[in-house]
Design a protein around this ligand. Structure first.
Ligand code: HEM
Length: 542
């Protein structure tokens, strides 16, 4: 019996892991589930009108508008009327059909079977999936004043244990917004972000030197193996140089110990995040997971903390202008809030840009025409390898189209979450109570043939305004950074890093696949990542 119990635990845990991988940054569902165990049938439909007045969609595609007098709430269906797989069917998909690390592909398949909106159940988890741009827009437009992805009780518990501030991911409502509104200005305004251009260029310079070294060391003096790993170091160095005003040296031969510690801790924390949530508290006395989870967070926080301390000393010596200086001098956040915010920005800013750049180079290497067009654009705007300025970037539409197309094909966050906190909502022809957990199936939406003809093909020109092949698409069909007040705080920084890195790589190298016969599929591991190493040849341009 014990064995059966352990096996059940193991497989349930495996399923939980799978579910967990659908959510942004290890966001966990279980906590929100407690709140979701609501009786839907007894809920008062008349409340829709009241809540609708405050939360209805702002403008319309073909939305049901709660404010519209043509909506008859009495006719709306409830979550119980939604189609969707049973627990057994889900288990079959995961374990027999092999979708455990392909949840992005399962979005597409389930939409085909159940339609654009369906319910997934897993034990106590109750999730409403929406997989068309229109329905995603409806959810986002009703997300309320302080949107919530999902609750993270174990992150909160750790912060309580160590007496730390909650930060962006754990704080809710006006407290979350207070922190966000301090972090936003120097992260999200294009003009403000351009201050970081010189430091990003330095980091890109290091990346180019590092790639040159690796290429010359390789068996054919051209190939860089496992490019994603190198770009991960670039992502870390890029974001930390902006945040801390100091260089950590991640692109040096020997990565500093603290950097290694941070990188290892990111993986450990995300991997353990669902496990600690699954096992009851009393098991912590003899199971190692909670202790390891705490250790991983300790490492993350320590590194962030040390970097802030070092940077503060430099600031006292009048090194000015970067993000931390701004946070410290704003006087709007406590030191504890600054430590946790910096740690969270690091956490969000590393493998997102690196994976996107990895996929970009992978596709350009396989599409000579696209690469040539990009090269021509970059060299016409910045001849003789002049360093691009932010102003130059405004004259590089194809560069931006390439990144947009990659983020459409491989949205780093393939499925996001929204937990309706403030309001009851109406999506499609269904009414949902407060605390409904929605899963926004961005991957399915951005791979929809109706929105993007030849959706599986890499066609950057579809994003060009003047292009003859420009396809009209719904504004929510590809929203890789999210939209609204809760959208990615690092969007502008990420774009600047990727534009500078890509344009300068093009100035210096022509990229080719090491082997044309091997193609790579994405896989889901919280984020959408390449399922194998990307090895490319870097041929210097004359
Ligand atoms: C290709 C690059 C990136 C992509 C595609 C991306 C995507 C996303 C997405 C989809 C979200 C969730 C938005 C929502 O729930 O509506 C998010 C949140 C977040 N991102 Fe990014 N991100 C990227 C780069 C970055 C960078 C460079 C940073 C750090 C500077 C960063 C920091 C964050 C943080 C802190 C949040 C949480 C914001 C909050 O909850 O208020 N991201 N990102």
């Amino acid at each position: 019996d014990f064995c059966v119990c352990v096996c059940m635990c193991a497989s349930v845990r495996y399923m939980l892991t799978w579910w967990k991988r659908n959510w942004f940054l290890g966001a966990d569902i279980a906590a929100s589930v407690e709140g979701m165990l609501l009786t839907l049938r007894g809920a008062s439909i008349s409340a829709i009108r009241r809540s609708g007045l405050s939360c209805g969609p702002k403008s319309g595609f073909n939305n049901i508008n709660l404010q519209s007098s043509t909506v008859n709430p009495g006719n709306l269906k409830t979550i119980d009327d939604l189609p969707g797989p049973s627990l057994a069917t889900t288990a079959y998909w995961l374990f027999v059909k092999g979708y455990a690390d392909k949840s992005h592909a399962m979005q597409v398949e389930h939409r085909r079977i159940y339609g654009p909106i369906w319910r997934s159940r897993f034990g106590p988890f109750d999730i409403v999936n929406v997989a068309t741009p229109e329905l995603i827009a409806q959810v986002i437009r009703q997300e309320g004043q302080y949107p919530v992805r999902t609750f993270l009780p174990h992150w909160q518990e750790y912060r309580d244990l160590r007496g730390q501030a909650y930060g962006l991911h754990v704080d809710k409502g006006p407290e979350w917004y207070r922190i966000r509104s301090v972090l936003n200005p120097k992260m999200l305004k294009v003009k403000e972000v351009s201050v970081y251009a010189p430091v990003i260029h330095q980091v890109v310079g290091d990346l180019l030197r590092r790639l040159e070294l690796l290429r010359l060391r390789s068996h054919d003096q051209d190939t860089v193996s496992d490019l994603a790993g190198e770009l991960y170091r670039f992502g870390f160095e890029g974001i930390s140089s902006i945040l801390f005003e100091t260089r950590l040296g991640c692109l040096q031969e020997d990565i500093p110990q603290d950097t290694q510690r941070f990188i290892a801790a990111v993986g450990e924390m995300l991997a353990l995040s669902e496990t600690v949530l699954f096992f009851p508290r009393w098991t912590r006395r003899f199971l190692p997971y909670w202790a390891r989870f705490v250790q991983a967070w300790d490492d993350l926080y320590d590194v962030g903390h040390v970097c802030v301390l070092v940077a503060r000393k430099l600031i006292n010596r009048k090194v000015e202008g970067m993000y931390l200086t701004y946070l410290l001098s704003s006087g709007k956040l406590s030191l504890a809030e600054i430590y946790i915010s910096i740690t969270e920005l690091l956490l969000g800013g590393v493998d997102t840009t690196s994976n996107t750049l990895s996929w970009t180079l992978y596709h350009l290497a396989r599409d000579e025409a696209a690469q040539e067009r990009l090269y021509q654009e970059v060299s016409s705007v910045c001849p003789e390898r002049r360093l691009p300025t932010t102003e130059d970037l405004t004259r590089m539409p194809y560069l931006k189209a390439v990144i947009k197309e990659i983020l459409r094909l491989y949205p780093v966050v393939p499925g996001n979450g929204r937990l309706t906190v403030d309001n009851e909502v109406v999506v499609d022809t269904y009414w949902f109570p407060k605390k409904t957990q929605f899963h926004l199936c961005h991957y399915a939406a951005s791979h929809d043939e109706g929105e993007f003809p030849n959706a599986e093909q890499f066609l950057p020109e579809r994003w060009l305004r003047q292009g003859t092949n420009r396809f009209p698409h719904h504004p929510y069909s590809s929203i890789p950074f999210g939209v609204g007040v809760r959208a990615c705080v690092g969007k502008r920084v990420a774009e600047l890093e990727m534009y500078f890195a890509l344009s300068r790589l093009m100035q210096h190298y022509m990229v080719q696949p090491e082997s044309r016969s091997t193609t790579l599929e994405p896989k889901t591991r919280t984020l959408l990542i390449p399922s194998g190493p990307i090895n490319l040849r870097f041929l210097p341009r004359a």
